[in-house]
Ligand binder design. Structure first.
Ligand SMILES: NC(=O)c1ccc[n+]([C@@H]2O[C@H](COP(=O)([O-])OP(=O)(O)OC[C@H]3O[C@@H](n4cnc5c(N)ncnc54)[C@H](OP(=O)(O)O)[C@@H]3O)[C@@H](O)[C@H]2O)c1
Length: 305
C-alpha cells in the first residue's frame, strides 16, 4: 500500500484507511479479522467517533484485538467528538469529556488524531483552543483536525487554535462530488456551478490539509452502495469495464478514482468484510489515466460544460 503524509505533519499512513462506524454491528471474530486484514494490507489508520454505535464501535474495536501497547503502537487511532443527541457541541467541557471516554473505550492512553465531527453553530473558538491545548499538553491527543467544515469555519478556528489542523473529513465519492462540480462549472448558470463547500479542494491544497473521503461507496446521505447497484447502470458498466482491464474489482476502481485526484485524498472505507477490504486495497496499485478519471465522472451523471 502506498503511503500518504497527513497534512503538514510527520505522520505517514497507508493511503486508504478503515472507518469503524459499523464495527459495533459485527461479531468479535469478524471485527478482529477485518482489523488484522487491514494491517496486513498496510491500512493502519482507523477512524472512530464517540457516537458510532453509541460508543460501542470503539469498545468493539479494542475488545476484538485485546488492545495492548504493542498492537496500539502499530496503528494510528483517530476519533471524533462534537455530535450529541439533537445538537452539536464544541464546548471545552464536552471535548475534554468525550476524549476521556474514547480513551477508556479504546483502551489506550493517547489518541493520534482528534477531529471535531460536525460544525457547531454556537462554536466559541477560544474554548476549542483551550481544550486542544490541554489535550496536547497532557499527551492525550497528538494531532487535530475537523470534519465537514468549510474554509471560513476553519479560518475562524485557526485564529485561536495553536495546533495545526491536519485533516478535514468530508463526504466524497464518485456519486457525491459537489467539491468537484463547482470547480468544473465556474461562472455557469447550471446547478453544479453552485459553490456548496467554499472551494474546499483548493483551500485544502493551499493549506496543506488532507481531505479524508467518508462513505466512498455510498450515494445520497449514506443511502446505500452505488457499486453494483442497478439504479446506476452507466457508472457501473464503466467501473466493471475498467475493473476487468486492470484486474481488480469495481470497488477498487471506485477508490482508485478518489486516489487519482492530486489533492491526495484519503478514502475512509467502511466495509467490515475482510475479503472486500483486501480487494479494495488493490486500488493503491491502480493508475487511472486523466481520460479514465473523467469518463468515470461523466458516467456518474455529470456533464462537462
Ligand atoms: N465525518 C463524518 O461525518 C462521517 C460520516 C459517515 C461516515 N464516516 C466515516 O466513514 C467511514 C465509512 O463510511 P461508510 O461505512 O458509510 O462507507 P462505505 O465504505 O461507503 O460503505 C460501506 C458499507 O457499504 C457496504 N457495501 C456493499 N457493497 C459494497 C461494495 N461493493 N463495496 C464497498 N462496500 C460495499 C459495506 O458492506 P460490508 O461491510 O458487508 O462490506 C458497508 O456496509 C465510517 O466508518 C466512518 O468512519 C464519517
Amino acid at each position: 500500500m502506498k503511503k500518504l503524509k497527513l497534512g503538514n505533519s510527520s505522520l505517514e499512513v497507508g493511503e486508504i484507511s478503515l472507518g469503524c462506524m459499523r464495527m459495533h454491528a459485527v461479531s468479535k471474530e469478524d471485527a478482529r479479522n477485518v482489523i488484522e486484514n487491514a494491517m496486513e494490507e498496510g491500512i493502519d489508520l482507523f477512524d472512530h467517533a464517540d457516537i458510532y454505535g453509541g460508543g460501542k464501535s470503539e469498545e468493539a474495536f479494542a475488545d476484538a484485538i485485546d488492545m495492548n501497547p504493542s498492537i496500539r503502537e502499530k496503528m494510528i487511532l483517530q476519533t471524533k467528538c462534537g455530535i450529541r443527541k439533537g445538537f452539536f457541541d464544541f464546548s471545552k467541557e464536552h471535548i475534554l469529556e468525550s476524549v476521556d471516554n474514547s480513551l477508556k473505550r479504546l483502551k489506550t492512553d493517547y489518541i493520534d488524531i482528534l477531529l471535531l465531527h460536525r460544525p457547531d453553530a454556537l462554536v466559541e473558538p477560544e474554548e476549542v483552543a483551550e481544550a486542544f491545548t490541554k489535550l496536547k499538553e497532557s499527551g492525550k491527543v497528538c494531532h487535530f483536525g475537523i470534519s465537514n467544515q468549510n474554509p471560513m469555519q476553519i479560518e475562524l478556528l485557526k485564529k485561536y487554535v495553536k495546533q495545526d489542523l491536519i485533516i478535514n473529513q468530508l463526504q466524497f465519492s464518485l456519486m457525491h462530488t459537489p467539491m468537484i462540480d463547482a470547480g468544473v462549472n465556474v461562472n455557469m448558470q447550471n446547478d453544479p456551478a453552485t459553490v456548496r463547500d467554499g472551494s474546499l479542494i483548493e483551500y485544502s491544497r493551499l493549506n496543506d490539509m488532507t481531505i479524508q473521503a467518508w462513505s466512498p461507496f455510498q450515494y445520497g446521505m449514506i443511502k446505500g452502495p452505488f457499486v453494483g447497484n442497478e439504479q446506476f447502470p452507466e457508472v457501473n458498466e464503466k467501473l466493471q469495464e475498467l475493473a476487468e482491464e486492470k484486474g481488480v474489482t469495481d470497488s477498487a476502481i471506485a477508490i482508485a478514482w478518489i486516489l487519482r485526484h492530486p489533492a491526495k485524498i484519503q478514502p475512509v472505507v467502511g466495509t467490515m468484510t475482510p475479503q472486500r477490504l483486501s480487494d479494495i486495497a488493490k486500488a493503491s496499485q491502480v493508475e487511472l489515466t486523466r481520460e479514465e478519471w473523467y469518463e468515470l465522472y461523466r458516467t456518474a451523471g455529470n456533464e462537462l460544460p
